[in-house]
Every structure is written in C-alpha cells, then in structure tokens.
Write a protein that binds this ligand. Structure first.
Ligand code: LMR
Length: 398
C-alpha cells in the first residue's frame, strides 16, 4: 500500500516560493523584489553589527541550553514591552501587560489565532483587504472565521471612508487585525486622525484590536511607528499585539517574535498568559532561544542599543531614498505621477498598482521578481539599477 499516493500537490507559497524561482533564474540581471528582506547597497543582507556584538557576548557568557520556559526569556519579555509600549506605559507599570516569546511574528499570530479560537469562541477575525496572504491561511488553519474590511480602492488608493464604514458594521466582540505601521502589502499607513477614528469605532463596537507590528522602525522611527499601538493601549483595557524582530533586528532566520497581551487587570493577565503557555505547549512547546537572547542583550545594553538604533535608522533612510529614487527614475518615461504613491508609502513594501499580468511579464521578460499582487519589496532594490527597473516597468505598462 502507498500511504502517500493520494497526497495532493499544492502550489508553492506566494512569497517564499518566489525565492526558489529567483534563485533558479540564470539571468545575471535578475532583480529580487519578492520576499520582505532588507538588502544593502551591495545587495546583501548582512548581520547587523549590534547583533554580531551581542552574539559574541552570548558565546562567551551563555552557560546552558536548557529549556527557557513557555513564555521565553523574561529579560526579552521586559525589554520588548518597553520597546513596543514605551518606557512610561501605564499598562506595563500596572502589570496589565505581558509578553510571550514566539518563533517569529508568524508564531505570535498563530498563537493569537489559536488563543482566540479556544477562549473567544464564535468571534470572527477581520482582516484588511488586501493583507499579508499568510494572515488568510494562518487564521483559517486556526479555524477562525475570517472576514474583511476594505483598505485600498480599485485605483490603488487608501480608502479610509470605506474601511471605517465596514468597521462600523462589525458585530460587537469580533477581533479586528490592524497593521501597526508599514502596512503589508500596500505600504499605505493611516494618519493619526484616521487612527483616532478607528479607535472610536473599536471602542464603541467593543471590538478586540489585534495589532500586527512587524516593521517597527522601518516607517518613521522606532517611537513614531509605535504611536497607534500606544494610543490604543492607553485608551482601551484589552489589546493584543504581535511583534516581529525579523526585520528591525535582521534576525529573519532566528525566528524571534512576541505576543503581547494587555488586559483590564493584573489578575486577568495571569489567566490570559496561562492560556498562551498552554496553547504554545501544543504548537512549539517552548520557543527557540538564540534570537531573543540577542534582542535582550542589545536592548538591555545602552551602547548596543544605540548602535542598533543607528542601524535601523540607516535602513529606514535608505528605503526612503530608494522610494524617491524609483519615482525619479520613472519620470523620463512619463510615469512619475502614476507611481508617485511609491514615495508616499511606508516601510519595505509598495503596492505598485501593477497588474498580475504585468508582474508575470516583468518576471518572464526582465527577470524582475514581484509578488503577483503587484507588491514590490522596495528594501530589496539596488540604487544603481533603478533605471533598469523603470525601463522594464515602462515596457510592461505602456
Ligand atoms: C513578507 O511579507 O515578505 C515577509 O513578511 C516575509 C514572509 O514571511 O512572508
């Protein structure tokens, strides 16, 4: 008997699958704008200097590889609460905020999904349309009912009125996932006034906000990017936040993230965290240690922390320059206005407005790899090759 004879083959992941296709492409002029990975001027994704130095300290000082417990490293947890919620956060000081270490932001999202399915049965989870495609499959795998609120209109413009109108109709008690900054895939972020309106609806409809905070520092700054999360945490008794250290610490493969719960009382936090540990036990038992130990070492050390902040700022500025540079490179083709949004968007990604057909042509004719939705990883661009990309875009759009 063949046990696996009837196992169906499924398509590759829409984002990670692109990496394989790119690596297999023999074209020396190929350009990888697929998976969200930051590249420097040499096209490399080096280990940040602050991370290297923290790793050296760990090699010298680490005494054991024993388990770190269901919630992970307490120092990491404490430092992440400070980074995400802010030094003076009343929720943190009042012991109404707790951090559970997870394998990446994806692990944090799955933990949140399983927690909601187990402890808040019957609640739907609302995602922006569009959103990171893994949100859709991950929450479906957690057996949550997934619904959508609009985010961009068919002209690739942020559509706040449509978003708010749908949020106002969400049944009380449901969970709404909000991208804290650097919206993936669009790069369109809400203004502070927009956030205040969303907060008012969330409060009135008694929705539970679940923030996906994967790009802290890549938008306007480490503090600035946390503005919406902190607004909600100060105004509401209960908030969930998933945080990722993949991009801002460059720890992609170390799978380092956190699920932060803010609860109405310190006592309620103990209940919620007991569930997190229990759910996590069935997913990964205890989280991997190394990446979180690196983060804790950096954040707890003023010198390393300062170096890390400088490195994050340099990445942010480089991405902003590439955005501007691409729009300028498109100008000679008469496309600067059509693609002006690229310079306004924030974070690694741009929802370019290119159609799936145009994306496939770019791949076939120019070896330029974008996600089929038209999302380009601007942080993967090469400043020397902006004209090559602009020429290719001009060819497929005109
Ligand atoms: C992305 O959207 O490209 C990143 O978040 C990486 C991933 O895991 O998909």
């Amino acid at each position: 008997m063949k046990h696996f004879g009837k196992v169906a083959r499924v398509p590759g992941d829409p984002i990670l699958g692109l990496l394989d296709a790119y690596r297999a492409d023999p074209n020396p002029a190929k350009l990888d704008l697929g998976v969200g990975v930051y590249k420097d001027a040499l096209g490399l994704t080096p280990i940040p200097r602050a991370v290297k130095q923290a790793e050296q300290r760990l090699v010298d000082s680490e005494q054991t590889k024993s388990y770190i417990g269901g919630h992970g490293d307490p120092l990491f947890g404490e430092q992440m609460l400070r980074l995400v919620l802010g030094e003076g956060s009343p929720a943190r000081v009042q012991h109404r905020a707790g951090c559970t270490q997870t394998p990446g932001g994806t692990g944090a999202l799955r933990l949140a999904g399983d927690f909601i399915a187990r402890c808040l049965p019957g609640r739907s989870l609302w995602l922006s349309d569009p959103t990171w495609p893994i949100h859709e499959t991950l929450f479906a795998a957690a057996r949550l009912r997934v619904e959508h609120y609009p985010y961009v209109n068919p002209d690739n413009q942020l559509d706040v009125p449509a978003m708010l109108a749908t949020l106002e109709r969400i049944p009380s008690g449901d969970v709404v996932l909000l991208h804290a900054c650097c919206h993936n895939p669009t790069g369109y972020d809400l203004s502070q006034d927009d956030w205040r309106e969303v907060l008012e609806i969330v409060r009135q409809r008694e929705l539970l906000p679940l923030f996906d905070f994967a790009y802290q520092g890549f938008g306007d700054g480490l503090e600035e990017d946390a503005w919406a999360v902190r607004l909600f945490v100060e105004a509401l008794p209960e908030v969930l936040i998933t945080s990722s250290c993949s991009k801002n610490f460059g720890l992609y493969r170390e799978r380092t993230g956190a699920l932060i719960a803010v609860t109405a009382t310190a006592d309620s936090l103990v209940d919620v965290r007991s569930q997190f540990a229990s759910v996590a036990r069935n997913l990964w038992s205890t989280p991997p240690s190394h990446g979180a130990a690196v983060v804790a070492t950096i954040l707890a050390n003023p010198e390393l922390s300062q170096l890390w902040q400088q490195e994050v700022a340099a990445k942010r500025e480089r991405i902003a320059g590439l955005r501007q540079g691409l729009v300028e490179a498109l100008a000679p083709y008469g496309l600067a206005e059509r693609f002006a949004h690229i310079a306004r968007q924030r974070g690694m990604f741009s929802y370019t407005g290119l159609t799936a057909e145009q994306v496939l042509r770019l791949r076939a004719e120019d070896a330029v790899y974008l996600v089929e939705s038209g999302r380009a990883n601007i942080a993967g661009l090469d400043a020397e090759r902006l004209d090559q990309l602009a020429q290719a875009i001009a060819r497929v759009t005109q």
